[in-house]
Design a protein around this ligand. Structure first.
Ligand code: ACM
Ligand code: ZN
Length: 739
């Protein structure tokens, strides 16, 4: 190749590379409806000025843009202009309340929208067109963007009841929601485990109801003052986000009933519960005082939240108390209701008409369809398509939440799963398109705190933002290409986003009976994760000892391990309790095999010296369904035995019930057995509280034996009234301790 043609060829390659990168640098999320690239670029620098329509909101939007531009690039815009110009205007020809058009040319950016809402979203798109990093001048590629969302309701719900999140955390998330054009923040403010909103007329709601005693005896809680709430609502308004409060009723309201027991059926004092799940104490529907109280509360809520919608919960309402309550039964009779389901419907409708008088529309979870729902209520569907179909058939407007529960582990609901969710999967959805307002991604926080919330939200929330904006499943490869740019943005904001399809931390713990050490293997969802641990019960911190993949422990101890990334704890810590005893590492013969789905330690399932945690699926508990536990331990030689203990779990909601009896035996030959103790547990499958029970045998004098046998007889069929009635119960056991 001659020099000239070589140069020409080189220039040609450069041209291709340039045009490819010029196309590739547009990484807008959510993807706009139409993007058309032009020639050249607009140069934004300190001579650039902005022209905006008159009006308070437009001025605010321009200020938001200018402030963020300065923060992002360091560039201060000119007050008035001889230089390039950005012109915002209202144009009633633009389609959609939130729609906008941006035309970037060499000397001018024209932004047009039908309303202020569209103008604001245009600003968020402009921000995504501006390269990150400080600069004297930035080039915005010439482009025409026409955009509008497909769904009008694009929401994220945060449960601040199970765990409390500070205002600063919430504002950071509101910034991110807004950046991705999510227009609704749903604030789940009340729960069984905590009431989080100050109500002036009922101070005990927060004085008492915002605080609980945890299983370990510590106090936990917090609430938002009305000033803080106004501050968040205003912060969100500036960012085009409506905050919709949720005040749970008649269920999930124990914290309120702790503060004001007079509005419960039994009218007896109860405690704020630290236990997750569904609780039986609910607001009394027979007491008119309950409605006065709730209306008073809603009056203060309405004064704080300008939103047209108020969410009243309405989910998971056990009818037990209403069934036993004279006042509730009298209400059923006097109102001519058929049963407790119709009483729930009465309850909701009564508050709905109160809200309607105040100009507010009620949203409730799909259970409010039970016993009949008013057509004007908006139904938030979480239990599945059948509920959505029921709501649509009834003529209700619908918000879809079920597919977007972001408390679901990252590996079970991957980025791809979220991105490929079809919001119009059923014919009913397409036929009732107008009733389908949009979708919401809730984050329930039983196992979520500020440590791991962001990893559960991002990047799944970007995928959610895109499919609710565009209304369709897009090109996953292109979405991931754009997401790569956005990770840089999230990094700059110190957002602790999660992996796309893997858990942040996976642990495997085992006892090596040859080396007589415990080995903890850990795998991080990112390559730059390190694990830190403590052995003194303290929470691991950035100062705690670190390991990358694996660590051995030679002594029994209470270990806590947690993954860290970039100097920050990334997931809640996990405890491992290691204990020594005579059975440690001794093989066990099981008459009935251990269910491999819950425990893979085989013949060491009950003798690995690792105690099961409160979580039956921690891989340490061993389970048997419809069969007895019958374990024979060979100590290898005649040994002196003072005590034998075994732990069993009760968690009947998950069909795990204490065995009916537990019997310990000893033997010298493994054939002829001496019964040492037989214990009746009085197992009750209808006891829904979670507990671990230790069955202990202590001998007055040491026993000499080589073999120990533990037999636990299963509860059997689950009784009528149980959620698994007629099914076989499970035994969950761990560990057998011989001393
Ligand atoms: C819900 O998940 N109970 C709405
Ligand atoms: Zn009652």
């Amino acid at each position: 190749m001659k020099l000239r043609s070589a140069l020409l060829f080189f220039a040609f390659v450069l041209l291709i590379v340039q045009s490819v990168s010029a196309r590739a640098d547009l990484s807008i999320i959510p993807q706009p409806k139409r993007i058309e690239r032009g020639e050249g670029a607009f140069t934004l620098d300190k001579t650039t000025s902005i022209q905006a329509p008159v009006g308070r909101r437009a001025a605010e939007i321009v200020r938001f843009f200018a402030d963020n531009l300065k923060e992002q690039t360091g560039i201060t815009l000119a007050k008035s202009g001889v230089g390039s110009r950005i012109v915002f205007r209202i144009d009633k020809m633009i389609a959609g309340e939130e729609g906008y058009r941006i035309v970037v040319s060499n000397r001018r950016i024209n932004v047009a929208a039908r309303t202020d809402k569209g103008l604001f979203w245009a600003v968020q798109t402009l921000r995504q067109l501006i390269p990150a990093g400080k600069a004297q001048a930035v080039a915005i590629p010439a482009v025409t963007i026409e955009d509008a969302p497909e769904f009008s309701y694009r929401g994220h719900m945060l449960d601040v009841g199970r765990h409390f999140f500070p205002v600063e955390f919430i504002k950071k998330q509101i910034d991110l929601l807004s950046y991705y054009k999510i227009n609704t923040f749903r604030w789940h403010l009340t729960e069984d485990q905590g009431w989080r909103i100050e109500i002036k007329k009922y101070p005990n709601l927060t004085k008492v109801g915002a605080w609980r005693t945890e299983a370990d005896g510590t106090r936990y809680g917090g609430f938002y003052t009305q000033d803080q709430i106004r501050d968040v609502v205003e912060y969100a308004r500036i960012r085009n986000i409506t905050v919709i409060p949720e005040i749970e009723m008649p269920g999930h309201s124990m914290a309120a009933l702790v503060a004001y027991p007079e509005f419960s059926c039994r009218m007896k004092p109860i405690e704020v519960t630290p236990e997750w799940g569904v609780h039986k104490d609910v607001f009394c529907a027979g007491n008119d005082g309950t409605f006065t109280f709730l209306q008073d509360v809603l009056d203060e809520v309405i004064a704080l939240f300008p939103s047209n919608y108020i969410h009243i919960g309405g989910d998971e309402v056990p009818k037990d108390r209403w069934h036993e309550c004279l006042k509730c039964q009298l209400r059923i009779k006097n109102e001519g209701l058929k049963d407790e389901h119709e009483l729930q419907s009465y309850f909701i409708k009564r508050l709905q008409s109160y809200l309607a008088k105040k100009g507010k529309t009620l949203i409730g979870w799909d259970e409010i369809l039970e016993g009949g729902a008013d057509k004007n209520a908006v139904i938030e569907v979480w239990r599945g398509d059948a509920e959505a179909a029921k709501a649509l058939a009834n003529g209700n407007r619908v918000i879809m939440a079920g597919p977007f529960y972001f408390d679901t582990p990252l590996q079970s609901k991957t980025l791809k799963d979220v991105y490929q969710t079809d919001l119009l999967s059923l014919p009913q959805y397409r036929e009732n398109r107008k009733l389908l307002l949009g979708a919401e991604a809730p984050l329930w926080t039983e196992r979520v705190t500020t440590v791991n919330a962001e990893s559960k939200l991002y990047p799944r929330l970007q995928a959610f933002a895109e499919i609710t904006w565009t209304g369709k499943r897009g090109d996953l490869v292109d979405f991931k290409r754009r997401m790569a740019e956005h990770y840089r943005y999230l990094d700059a904001l110190a957002v602790a986003y999660g992996p796309e399809d893997r858990a942040i931390a996976n642990y495997k713990i085992s006892f090596d009976s040859a080396k007589r050490v415990w080995r903890l293997d850990a795998a991080g969802g990112f390559d730059d994760i390190v694990f830190r641990y403590t052995t003194d019960g303290a929470e691991p911190s950035t100062d705690s000892s670190a390991f990358k993949n694996s660590i051995e422990f030679t002594r029994p101890s209470a270990i806590k391990a947690a993954p860290f990334r970039r100097g920050r704890k990334y997931e809640l810590s996990k405890p491992f309790t290691l204990v020594a005893n005579k059975a440690l590492g001794k093989p066990v013969k099981f008459a009935n095999p251990v269910d491999k789905r819950y425990n893979k330690a085989g013949e060491m399932a009950l003798t690995d010296g690792i105690l099961g945690s409160g979580d039956f699926s921690d891989g340490i508990w061993a389970g048997w369904q419809g069969a007895d536990l019958d374990a024979t331990i060979d100590l290898g030689e005649r040994s002196s035995i003072n005590s034998i203990a075994a732990n069993f779990m009760q968690q009947s909601g998950s069909w795990i019930v204490l065995p009916r009896t537990v019997t310990f035996y000893s033997s010298d030959d493994g054939e002829n057995w001496t019964e040492l103790q037989n214990t009746e547990t009085k197992a009750d499958a209808m006891d829904m509280s979670s507990a671990i029970r230790t069955i202990n045998f202590a001998s007055e004098r040491p026993i000499s034996a080589r073999f120990v046998r533990v037999k636990a007889v299963q509860f059997g069929k689950l009784p009528p009234g149980h959620n698994g009635a007629g099914g076989d119960s499970w035994i969950f056991a761990d560990e057998i301790i011989i001393k």
